[in-house]
Design a protein around this ligand. Structure first.
Ligand SMILES: C[S@@+](CC[C@H](N)C(=O)[O-])C[C@H]1O[C@@H](n2cnc3c(N)ncnc32)[C@H](O)[C@@H]1O
Ligand SMILES: [Zn+2]
Length: 263
């Protein structure tokens, strides 16, 4: 069973949220039910930004289930095992590919947040050892200075919120695409492709940087899933996708950068 250390606050009145069976409740009796899939909606009203859509989530899930990004999952587990944090927050957890496995390998309490109900449904259904919440990472319902590690993997960075919730010695582990990430895919889609810009956060101090780089050989189905899970699927012209239809055994560079930051 997952432990709950009362780090959450009520999104209505900011008082402590207690956990009772299948419900989170504050002293003013604002209550939030855990859904049948196992996540809890702490968003007060539906936002214009509802996170990733169903097709994107499904494509990412199918791609990640082939373990193409397992080297990143392994590196995160290794890094976290060194730190032995008590409380981890995954900010922008998606469908929990990293979150659920990290929870299985560590004794930490994991609290994971995303704006996409589609993603959270998948994430929460597959585990009962992670606390999953529908909430914006720009307004996290978490006490000040209560978190040891924030994970922020290919998701937007809410630097002010991250600083507010981190303990004094807490760290932020942020994963960004490196300059060469998916270069061959971009080269196929765009007339003139550009490398990704590698940019550190100014608001934090970098403690450590780790690069992971390798080549994947993808079947056509895997390539199409990769395309659908990236922003290229809505940024490129329809005709660009046609360039992918006949391609098989496609070699693509995977390039991640893991930054460890302190506030
Ligand atoms: C590229 S996905 C990465 C998901 C996951 N970390 C992974 O690597 O598999 C980015 C995620 O950030 C979520 N997201 C975007 N804006 C958000 C916000 N303001 N609050 C919470 N989640 C957000 C999206 O719904 C999506 O699940
Ligand atoms: Zn309340």
């Amino acid at each position: 069973m997952k432990t709950y250390s009362n780090i959450l606050i009520c999104p209505v009145c900011n008082h402590k949220l207690n956990k009772r069976d299948h419900q989170y409740i504050c002293e003013n009796k604002h209550s939030f039910d855990v859904s049948k899939e196992g996540y809890t909606n702490l968003l007060l009203k539906s936002s214009k930004h509802s996170g990733d859509c169903k097709s994107m989530v499904e494509a990412r899930r199918a791609f990640l289930e082939c373990n193409h990004y397992k080297p990143l999952q392994d590196a995160l587990i290794e890094l976290l095992k060194e730190k032995q944090p008590q409380i981890i927050v995954d900010a922008g957890c998606g469908e929990g590919y990293y979150t659920n496995t990290i929870a299985e390998h560590l004794n930490s309490e994991l609290y994971a947040f995303d704006m996409s109900k589609n993603a959270l449904r998948y994430a929460a259904k597959r585990t009962n050892i992670v606390h999953y919440f529908l909430a914006s990472i720009f307004q996290l319902p978490i006490h000040d200075h209560s978190v040891d590690v924030i994970l922020n993997i290919f998701a937007p960075s809410a630097t002010n919120e991250f600083k507010r919730i981190l303990k004094k010695e807490g760290i932020l582990i942020k994963v960004d695409p490196g300059s060469d990430h998916l270069w061959e895919l971009k080269d196929l889609l765009y007339e003139k492709a550009y490398k990704n810009e590698e940019k550190q956060l100014n608001e934090f101090t970098v403690l450590d940087t780790k690069e992971i780089k390798y080549t994947l050989s993808l079947t056509n189905k895997e390539l199409l899933n990769l395309y659908e899970m990236t922003p290229y699927s809505f940024k490129t012209a329809k005709s660009a996708k046609e360039n992918l239809i006949m391609v098989n055994n496609f070699d693509v560079t995977i390039h991640f950068i893991l930054y460890t930051y302190q506030g």
